[in-house]
Design a binder for this molecule. Structure first.
Ligand SMILES: C[S@@+](CC[C@H](N)C(=O)[O-])C[C@H]1O[C@@H](n2cnc3c(N)ncnc32)[C@H](O)[C@@H]1O
Length: 402
């Protein structure tokens, strides 16, 4: 193991990530992730999912409990985190989940599966590797031919306020000192930064986050960040390509500007070039995306005919909540959707929640038989729900066993 990897391991063993016990597994759904590319050949009944750098495994455990039909594997270099994750799995008696101590940079330590993993997840890990290219190469080798990878790396431009803070910390504590001293200096500087470089952006509040989160942001021993260009180059070198962002709206010209004069020239740019403009104009601290092999293609939007006849599912990322004023709201990945309880789309979502598992668009519309809605209104509402990603179309499996 190289010196940097050993230091990263020691850091995470002191501060096992993620902090707390509230899982966030919205980005861990295998069938949803695979639905983002055109139908892969040989898609098996039981998916194999790998999380590379799973830390304490709380997100993976939550995902495994929600998707009992699929098999989940978590790996990490951190023995403390893997021991905790394995003990929790035993306590919860989750038979579709296992954890292994492994180094992403050491192929011999990785638990492979014979036909490759259908889905590989890796959030907040690649940018801590001493050799990110090698790490991503190893993961690509573990990916099934039809598989997808879901990644998150730090974004260079969005991190600039934090990088300025880290430079200040480096100047103040360049002569080393005890870890506790460094942490209290960092907290004190972060309190100043709250009124300065952290003000009004995603780093606001850093001075008061818990110990583990604070260490991850402010005391890390090795990290690098990416911009669109360098990330695209890294993907290209390992034979992968961009499929989509997790939060497409954050990267859509239409969502960042309503200036019609700007809209057309921006819209005319190559998508990756438009993303370079957006990353410079906005704070995007994380680049969170789905990638696949170069030969795979992003899924085309469903036609009207397919919306009515294909099997659809409710997005696992969709939640209905009641706000403080007692109003019901639909949210996807924590963001409020523009669906009012008076809308037909709302009633369709309620009907879909009652059906539960898959349904066709036609079957869903039939649930509202008592209502006088035209076929066009029905299709328009289905299209709205599909565009808002409340509904997705999972690929049918080939029945291949894992
Ligand atoms: C920021 S944490 C992310 C944990 C988890 N993915 C999450 O999102 O909560 C980074 C994790 O990557 C792990 N890691 C770093 N280098 C690694 C390596 N070479 N091999 C395996 N895991 C590694 C660390 O131990 C740590 O648990």
């Amino acid at each position: 193991m190289d010196r940097v990897t050993a230091a990263v391991r020691a850091f995470y063993e002191a501060y096992p990530y993620p902090p707390g016990n509230r899982p966030d597994c919205d980005a861990y759904h295998g069938r949803l992730l695979l639905s983002y590319i055109e139908r892969p050949k040989g898609m098996p009944k039981q998916l194999q999912l790998l999380e590379a750098g799973c830390g304490r495994g709380i997100n993976l455990a939550a995902a495994a409990a929600l998707q009992p039909q699929d098999q989940f594997t978590g790996i990490d270099i951190n023995r403390v985190a893997i021991d905790e994750a394995s003990a929790n799995t035993r306590n919860k008696a989750l038979s579709n989940l296992n954890f292994h101590l492994a180094d992403l940079l050491d192929p011999a330590s990785l638990p492979g599966v014979s036909r490759g993993y259908d889905v590989i997840l890796s959030y907040g890990v690649i940018h801590h590797l001493s050799d990110p290219l090698k790490g991503l190469q190893q993961l690509t080798q573990q990916l099934a031919p039809h598989g997808v990878m879901s990644l998150m790396v730090d974004g260079r431009y969005g991190r600039q306020p934090l990088d300025r803070f880290l430079q200040a910390l480096q100047i103040v504590s360049a002569d080393g000192g005890a870890d506790t001293e460094r942490e209290s200096t960092a907290r004190a500087l972060a309190r100043i930064a709250e009124r300065g470089v952290f003000h009004g952006n995603c780093w606001q509040g850093t001075s008061s986050v818990d110990e583990v989160e604070f260490a991850d942001r402010c005391l890390h021993v090795h990290e690098q960040s990416y911009d669109i260009e360098s990330l695209w180059q890294l993907l290209d070198r390992v034979g992968l390509k961009f499929i989509r962002w997790h939060e497409s709206d954050d990267w859509s010209v239409a969502h960042i500007s309503d200036d019609l004069e700007l809209f057309e020239p921006l819209q005319a740019l190559e998508p990756s070039v438009a993303y370079q403009v957006i990353e410079r104009l906005t704070y995007r601290p994380k680049l969170s995306l789905v990638v696949a092999r170069k030969e795979d293609r992003p899924r085309l939007p469903l036609t009207e005919e397919q919306l009515l006849s294909n099997r659809l599912c409710l997005s696992p990322q969709l939640k209905q909540i009641t706000d403080e004023a007692g109003h019901r709201q639909w949210r996807r990945r924590g963001r409020k959707l523009s669906i009012d309880v008076q809308d037909l789309a709302h009633r369709l979502l309620m009907a879909a929640s009652e059906i539960g598992s898959g349904f066709t668009g036609s079957q869903l519309l039939q649930q509202l038989t008592g209502e006088s809605i035209s076929p066009q209104q029905g299709v328009d509402s289905l299209r709205q729900l599909y565009a808002l990603e409340c509904l997705y179309a999972p690929h049918e499996t080939d029945g291949t066993q894992s």
